[in-house]
Structures are given as structure tokens and as C-alpha cells.
Design a protein around this ligand. Structure first.
Ligand SMILES: NC(=O)c1ccc[n+]([C@@H]2O[C@H](COP(=O)([O-])OP(=O)(O)OC[C@H]3O[C@@H](n4cnc5c(N)ncnc54)[C@H](OP(=O)(O)O)[C@@H]3O)[C@@H](O)[C@H]2O)c1
Length: 285
């Protein structure tokens, strides 16, 4: 597996498997299938309510823990130094592990300063190997990063061939922060799988649109975590290291960038939805 080195020196796979919208019941099976396929990076979150499924899969399978790279995220309802610290211990328990490889602040809402402080402490205590942010754009990213000692190793944001995040990549570069793409297949939007440019490029190498799109991201040094519930698609998304894109291919894919995101974190309606999310969607409420 191709890896990249984070700003604290640790190695992280450049391709992984995400479990957003995977039910707790299905999660163990999906993560086991993904690990059997060859994935070593798994991306979950407190707010996916399926960390236990990830934990059960990693304990059940015969893969040494140090070969795996487990990412999770602190949700808004656990924001603030004390609550976040407790929630990190809860994530460790659910994930059935002594350490989390990468821990992110999931959303730029609530007391995320307190959350990040708790994450820095967990990092220093060895409970977490790297910390970072998700969905922090522009000034919010710079403000938190400038004020914290441990610079984010990773920023996870929406990124795909139609939204290549060129500005954010420039913003985070001075801190050595690496971009991690959520929705690397544009969340299954048809236009990606039917796009003629991707199709034309893939035809030259016997590869699908999904494979070309993921290859492009990882070539750019962007960590990609496609999600699929289907084993054959997990395999398809994993088989991207046996062909090369040319400069001309890359230029054509750069031209697909519209800069438009599907999810706008400056939208007050989204902010309210996310602030109420745990109340409305936590299955244990
Ligand atoms: N930090 C955040 O706020 C945030 C937000 C969203 C996501 N994420 C993370 O990023 C991961 C990936 O993002 P995502 O799940 O939203 O979207 P995605 O990976 O871009 O797309 C997933 C969708 O594409 C379909 N799909 C996957 N591979 C395919 C293939 N080869 N051909 C055709 N269809 C395919 C899947 O369907 P099937 O499952 O039916 O195959 C699913 O509908 C998440 O699972 C999560 O870990 C983070």
C-alpha cells in the first residue's frame, strides 16, 4: 500500500475505506470485507454510530493491529475539553484498541477549541498517534491551527474530481497538513460514474471511472477513503496502483474541477442540522 508521511513523521495509507451510512449491524461485515480486500486504513466517526462494528472486525480478523490505521472523529455533542476527553476513551473502548491512529474534530461547531485541547492531551499521552480537523475551511482552519501547539496532521474535507480543493490545499500546506478526501466518488453522484472524460481515460487502461477518479486523487497526494457496501466495488476501488495516468490525463481531469462543493459549511441551515444531529439520529437516544 502506498503511504504518505504526516507532519509528525507517521506513515498513513493514501487509500482507505470509509463507513459513513453503514449501519452498526452491517459495519462489522463491511470492515472485514474491506480488510480482506487489502484496505488497512478505516475511517469511522462517533456520529456514524458504528465504531463498535469497526472494533469487532479488527479484533476478529488476524491482522496485526500495527498494520491497521484507524481514524475516528469527535462529534459536536462531545465538544469541550472534558466531554471530548471522555468521548475519546469511549471511542477507544468501542474500537477495542489501545490507540487511535488519527483523531479528527468532525465539525467546526461547538467548543472545538476545548475538543482540540483534549485531543492534544490524548496525543501526548499516546492514546492517539496523530490529530487533525474535518470540515474546517479558510479562516476557521487558520485560526485554530495558529492557536494550537500540535498542528493538524490531516484536514478531511469534501474533495473529488469536480471539487479539487486547490485553495484549501494551499492554505494547509504551510502547516504540513495533508488533505484527506471525504466523498472521493462525489458520494455516488451519477455524473462521476458517467463522466465522458473519465471514461475516455479509463478506456486506455481498462479502468472504471471510479478507479480513474481515485487514482487522480492519490497521485495528487490526497488521502481517499471511498465507501462501498459491496465487496466487488471495494475491490474495484482498491485496484488503482497497477496503472499510471499521463500528464495529459491529469490536465484533462484538472479541467473537470468546478470548485463547487455539495456541502456548504457556511450554510446556517446545515449548522443547525449538525448541531441537532446527535439528538435526532443517535440510535441510543
Ligand atoms: N468528515 C466528514 O464530514 C465526512 C462526510 C462524508 C463522508 N466522510 C467519510 O468519507 C467516506 C467516503 O465518503 P462517502 O461515503 O460520503 O462517499 P463516496 O465514497 O464518495 O461514495 C460512496 C457512494 O458511491 C457508491 N460507490 C462506491 N464505489 C463505487 C463504484 N466503484 N462504482 C459505483 N458506485 C460506487 C457507494 O454505493 P454502495 O455502498 O452501494 O456501493 C456509495 O453510494 C465516508 O464513508 C466517511 O468515512 C466524512
Amino acid at each position: 500500500m502506498k503511504t504518505i508521511t504526516l507532519n509528525n513523521g507517521i506513515e498513513m495509507p493514501v487509500l482507505g475505506y470509509g463507513v459513513f451510512h453503514v449501519s452498526p449491524e452491517e459495519c462489522e461485515r463491511c470492515v472485514a470485507d474491506a480488510i480482506h480486500t487489502g484496505y488497512r486504513l478505516i475511517d469511522t466517526a462517533q456520529a456514524y454510530y458504528n465504531e463498535e462494528g469497526v472494533g469487532n472486525a479488527i479484533v476478529r480478523l488476524d491482522v496485526p493491529r500495527e498494520e491497521l490505521f484507524i481514524t475516528t472523529k469527535v462529534w459536536i455533542s462531545n465538544a469541550g475539553e472534558e466531554k471530548a476527553a471522555r468521548s475519546i476513551d469511549e471511542s477507544l473502548r468501542k474500537l477495542r484498541t489501545d490507540y487511535i491512529d488519527l483523531l479528527l474534530v468532525h465539525q467546526p461547531f461547538g467548543d472545538y477549541y476545548g475538543t482540540y485541547r483534549a485531543m492534544q492531551k490524548a496525543y501526548r499521552e499516546g492514546k492517539v498517534r496523530a490529530i487533525g480537523l474535518s470540515n474546517f475551511y479558510g479562516a476557521r482552519f487558520v485560526d485554530l491551527t495558529e492557536n494550537m501547539e500540535v498542528k493538524p496532521a490531516v484536514l478531511q474535507v469534501e474533495a473529488h474530481v469536480f471539487a479539487q480543493q486547490t485553495v484549501m490545499r494551499e492554505t494547509i500546506a504551510p502547516y504540513g497538513t495533508r488533505l484527506m478526501a471525504w466523498g472521493p466518488l462525489a458520494q455516488g453522484a451519477d455524473n462521476l460514474f458517467k463522466d465522458e472524460t473519465l471514461r475516455g481515460i479509463g478506456a486506455k487502461y481498462g479502468k472504471s471511472n471510479a478507479q480513474v477518479a481515485l487514482k487522480f486523487l492519490t497521485d495528487e497526494g490526497i488521502i481517499a477513503i471511498p465507501k462501498s457496501m459491496h465487496k466487488e466495488r471495494m475491490k474495484e476501488n482498491f485496484e488503482i496502483f497497477d496503472f499510471e495516468l499521463t500528464e495529459e490525463d491529469r490536465r484533462a481531469i484538472h479541467r473537470l474541477d468546478t470548485g463547487k462543493l455539495k456541502v456548504d459549511h457556511n450554510d446556517p441551515v446545515l449548522a443547525k442540522f449538525l448541531l441537532d444531529y446527535d439528538k435526532n439520529f443517535n440510535p441510543s437516544n
